[in-house]
Design a protein around this ligand. Sequence first.
Ligand code: B12
Length: 387
Amino acid sequence: MLLKAQVQILARQEALELLGVASTEPFSREAEVALKRLDQGLMDGLPWFHEERVRRGADPQRLLSGAKSILSFAVSYYVATSSPGQDGQPLGRVARYAWGMDYHQVLKGRLKVLIEKLSACLGRVIRYKVYVDDGPMLDRAVAYRAGVGWYGKNTNILTRRLGSWVFLAQVLTDLELEPDTPLRKSCGRCRACIPACPTGAIVAPYVVDNRRCISYHTIENRGVIPREIRPLMGDWVFGCDLCQEICPVNRRVAHTKEPAFQPREGFTTLGLFDILALTEEDFQGRFRGSPIRRATRVGLQRNACIALGNISDTAAVPALARALREGAALVRGHAAWALGLIGGAAAQAALEEALQKEHDPWVQEEATLALASASEMVQLGPALARK
Ligand code: B12
């Protein structure tokens, strides 16, 4: 008991807000759920999320032999509003979790300090491993078992005090601590998050289909975003918060005071013309130490094209035309799509020019389809104006 109280005090010192303890029994039910989702193709597009990873991650003894307990932490990143955008250009939205510094580095550093201090208090070496998002451990399953929060229908862990705007972090350790019990709480009859997802990615309560999730497409998808998903993505360029913003549990939560997670200027929304113009060197420099780096430069430029298409302002035509001439193939194809959506004579001319020079078959296909849609709009223009 004394030990748990000591951990609590040290956690507070390291600004690790919510703490629970989970046993190291295998997470058999959660592994079954994850394996079923894999089988059903709901995790498609994440090659690193495979059967062996799930089996390993669900068995704490395989991660650290002799492990006796898991410390489960939740740390808020919530800030309500973003800073105003950059010099009048169209902006793309970034999910809140990426407004501040890279949480992997920040939290892992704190967890290590906590263990070092605890080790000094106890006068013995503690065997441990830390996990924050990027390891095989099933972070949500641990938080649920440790009583840190409950499963929301959008699959996020909801906490009483901080809502779902939390990062989850774990220390798997050989310390023997009294385990906590899961909370006796659920979302009840509330289903608000399900229709709030514009792509219908929450296919049933507690089930997200990765292939439809805006967060997946903008962050993890390294290829073409399906044509039917693109118009539904709005102006999101990195992640998505819609299923959390609608959640009533998230309504009255306090802002985080954590300096590392305060919104940084130029990270809460991204100037879309700036993104299209980024060189690899610019990209690495600007997003070093930010979760946004995960999307890669080409991925972010692809997302910027889609957002510009959805915003549909003709002021974006020159920037998109340049991307269609000079971007990577993935960017060129999505720039063509956006120009087709915006339409007008200038967009049409850019697409015609591209079609004369383009060698990539997929970009040719996108440009051909886009040209058909842009020309249709040019022809419909006068008719629409007469109405
Ligand atoms: C892969 C992944 C993604 C993928 C896939 C999402 C998905 N469907 O899992 C993508 C890129 C889409 C993604 C998006 C996001 N992610 Co993510 N992601 C992960 C990662 C690496 C693995 C998640 C996982 O195991 N998925 C497998 C599926 C099957 O799990 P699941 O849907 O969560 O279901 C589990 C439980 O809900 C439970 N469960 C579900 N149904 C049932 C039924 C029964 C009977 C039982 C017993 C259990 C159970 O068991 C399942 C297996 O553990 C974790 C970090 C980690 N290592 O755990 C972060 C993590 C889940 N992500 C996180 C965040 C912040 C996000 C985003 C909010 C970011 C954003 N704003 O864009 C979105 C949220 C989208 C959403 N609604 O899920 C946080 C979530 C924090 C929280 N409060 O829950 C995590 C925990 C990272 C962290 N350490 O902070 N993510």
